[in-house]
Ligand binder design. Structure first.
Ligand code: AMP
Length: 223
């Protein structure tokens, strides 16, 4: 199997998280979600968590240097050596350049940046049913990906909740930030020749079957 170092690009609510989880399962690689890392720090009451919270609750981005340092620390851990998928990073051109530097130092490179292009109206619909597990952060959706038992995580039995930054006004702000600051990364990775556009729904078979198809097409899947 080809070692996969992947980036998942897409607006908030585009399905990045669900697809990243599916790809990790298929390829046996590690998901690195900056949103999850920040939320874990908030939950743990760390200094980084306190700083991040003030930005996250306003729908703004946490400063580039803080975010890049956290990612560098995570990618330095041995479990990412067999491949990883970055979910929610990079989100700015400065972060994309910092990532090149980090990978240069650690001796790796990006295999593909997978871009989920989802229309705005659809995004609002998707975010408004979203819930995550308070324990393991697994993503759910009332309509598209409901848990077997209401309000309870299928994987760990944790309680599901709606993120504070998924409230409508904050979502609008996050979409603006995405358009102005993150969307230019599509051209950045296109110029590097690693951009792959993924339609929001390839089939009605669910994220795992869709991602298996993508992985096979890209030569990433041995199974
Ligand atoms: P997410 O779970 O990926 O939607 O991230 C939730 C929030 O965490 C974002 O709205 C930002 O406030 C913050 N965040 C996550 N990733 C980044 C990043 N790469 N750069 C800056 N802030 C981030």
């Amino acid at each position: 199997m080809k070692k996969a170092n992947l980036i998942m690009l897409g607006a908030p609510g585009s399905g990045k998280g669900t697809r990243a989880v599916a790809l990790c399962e298929i390829l046996g690689i590690v998901q690195v979600s900056t949103g999850d890392l920040f939320r874990n720090n908030i939950k743990g009451g760390t200094e980084l968590g306190r700083l991040a919270k003030s930005y996250i609750n306003r729908g703004e981005l946490v400063p580039d240097d803080v975010t890049a340092a956290m990612v560098k620390d995570r990618l330095s851990k041995p479990d990412t050596a067999g491949g990883f998928i970055l979910d929610g990073f990079p989100r700015t051109l400065a972060q994309a350049r910092a990532l090149d530097e980090i990978l240069g130092e650690l001796g790796g490179e990006i295999s593909y940046a997978l871009y989920l292009d989802v229309p705005d109206g659809e995004i609002v619909r998707r975010i408004s049913g979203r819930m995550i597990c308070s324990e393991c952060q697994a993503p759910y959706h009332r309509e598209f990906n409901p848990p077997k038992s209401e309000g309870v995580c299928d994987k760990c039995g944790g309680k599901l909740f709606t993120r504070e930054d998924d409230m409508p006004e904050t979502v609008q702000k996050r979409l603006e930030v995405f358009r102005s600051t993150t969307l230019p990364l599509v051209d950045f990775y296109k110029a590097k020749g690693v951009l792959v556009e993924i339609p929001p729904e390839l089939s009605d078979r669910g994220a795992v079957a869709d991602m298996r198809e993508v992985a096979e097409k890209l030569g990433l899947c041995a199974r």
